[in-house]
Design a protein around this ligand. Structure first.
Ligand code: ADP
Ligand code: MG
Length: 447
């Protein structure tokens, strides 16, 4: 028997075809994705649901592998067919030998800012100018799209005003299709199974909607801008590497409307709103400690995977229906890779060495965790009330630290201060923070 044990909800990919199932068995083809429902006692079998057909049945563990992680590879592209600024002549060369429906998109040399869709048809290559107007794109001034990804998606399904349906993208040399890689690894979900509901949040880069995917409640982050969507592949790649009860779980992605990132639904929203709307009267100190412990455990796991969060703050902690706190927004590509644009950093949460020298590490995450503790025990107040960003930076250098929030246990304040040691190596590890918080909780139970 195999030693694997996959908990309910694990996404697995099938290793071969099984097209003639016996009674109660599941039918599948190699590469299909299934969701584990439960292990069958002592058998090395699982009951699972097929993500495409929705059917449930039994399959052998030996037919399954867990989905692999996606590597954040700069060659991975949501738009491998986008060739940038090449001339019409070069585009024609790229599309040799002729093949109906072979296509690429280039930037227009003559009309900067416009795109050109080049399609091989018959023995010719036809060039369609894509006009860019008020944030929309169109070829025929009848069908409008908000980005190139959508436009290509559309013309791969419908011929519309062009000579042929788009059939086969011609990738730019060296580029790999993110869609293909995601599908191979088992992270591409099916748009047909997704039902979208109300907007539950507004992210910096797009709306967050509530939804349902094959019977499971989900949250869907929609990134409409194709360039930003591409940058978010890095976040998504980081999310494919991790699985922990205190990290918001990624179900998968869909390339539609730009990018849909489908996550588990956290019904009680973010920690700041949770605490602000309930306050001292409704949230006991024990619950605050439990949230703090949850976050420290999630971060300890991230640290063990050598992942640095860079944007740890109460706004990025989400609360489940069962009051479990989970870290979200990790592995972000949003911090300017050049590091030059310090104006984008969340100054009041960022460690001095990260602000000044771009030195991000698990220890700079620990600094942010200290701020998060302060936010938690002040029931969602904004840190350094009344101080400007400039003042905060200066005062910190002089050794100033925030006072404890009202009613904060002294031992918790000591923890915060230890996170705010100027010297990163003097700050505790997340493992140590977990231990201290567990002790604190035990103490609370004993008195
Ligand atoms: P940003 O891109 O700005 O970091 P977030 O991921 O923080 O966006 O999401 C913005 C808001 O949407 C959150 O503060 C939260 O209220 C809501 N939200 C995000 N993800 C989820 C989720 N998985 N479940 C429930 N609500 C969510
Ligand atoms: Mg956020």
């Amino acid at each position: 028997m195999s030693g694997k044990h996959w908990p309910a909800g694990t996404q697995c990919v099938t290793k071969h075809d099984h097209t003639k199932p016996k009674a109660q068995e599941l039918a599948f083809c190699k590469g299909d994705v299934v969701t584990i429902i439960e292990a069958v006692e002592g058998k090395g079998w699982y009951r699972a649901r097929h993500n495409e057909t929705g059917q449930e049945g039994l399959l052998a563990a030996s037919a399954l592998r867990e989905r692999g992680a996606i590597r954040a590879d700069p060659k991975l592209s949501l738009m491998p067919w986008f060739h940038g600024k090449i001339s019409g002549v070069e585009a024609v060369q790229e599309l040799q030998p002729p093949e109906d429906g072979l296509f690429l998109v280039r930037e227009s040399v003559r009309h900067p800012g416009d795109y050109v869709l080049c399609v091989s048809f018959g023995k010719e290559v036809i060039h369609y100018r894509v006009v860019h107007e008020e944030n929309t794109l169109s070829i025929d001034s009848q069908q409008y799209f908000s980005n190139l990804i959508d436009m290509i998606e559309h013309y791969m399904k419908e011929q519309g005003a062009i000579c042929t349906k788009l059939v086969k993208p011609k990738p730019k040399t060296g580029m790999k299709s993110a869609e293909e890689e995601l599908a191979k690894a088992g992270w591409l979900l099916n748009l047909q199974h997704l039902a979208l509901g109300d907007r539950i949040g507004q992210g910096e880069f797009g709306d967050v909607l509530q939804g349902e995917y094959m019977g499971q409640k989900v949250a869907v982050k929609n990134i409409k801008c194709d360039v930003t969507a591409q940058a978010f592949l890095a976040e998504t790649a980081a999310m494919t590497k991790v699985r922990h009860k205190n990290l918001v779980c990624l179900l998968g992605v869909i390339l539609h409307n730009g990018l849909y990132i489908v996550m588990e639904f956290m019904s009680k929203g973010n920690l700041v709103n949770f605490l602000r709307t309930r306050g001292r009267a409704l949230v006991p100190a024990r619950q605050l400690l439990l949230f703090a412990l949850d976050v420290a455990q999630g971060m300890d796991y991230l640290e063990s995977k050598k992942l640095v969060h860079r944007d740890l703050a109460a706004r990025n902690i989400l609360i489940s229906g069962e009051n479990v706190a989970k870290v979200s927004d990790f592995g972000l590509a949003r911090v300017n890779p050049k590091g030059a644009d310090a104006t984008l950093l969340p100054v009041k949460w960022t460690a001095p060495e990260a602000l000044k020298h771009n030195k991000f590490s698990s220890k700079s995450d620990v600094w942010s965790y200290g701020i998060l503790l302060w936010e938690t025990f002040s029931f969602g107040r904004a840190p350094y009330p009344k101080l400007s960003l400039k003042e905060v930076t200066e005062l910190l250098e002089q050794g100033y630290r925030m006072d404890p929030p009202e009613g904060c246990p002294p031992s918790v304040y000591t923890l915060m201060k230890s996170c705010w040691e100027l010297e990163p190596s003097k700050r505790p590890s997340f493992k140590k923070l977990v231990e201290k918080l567990q002790k604190e909780l035990k103490h609370l139970r004993d008195v």
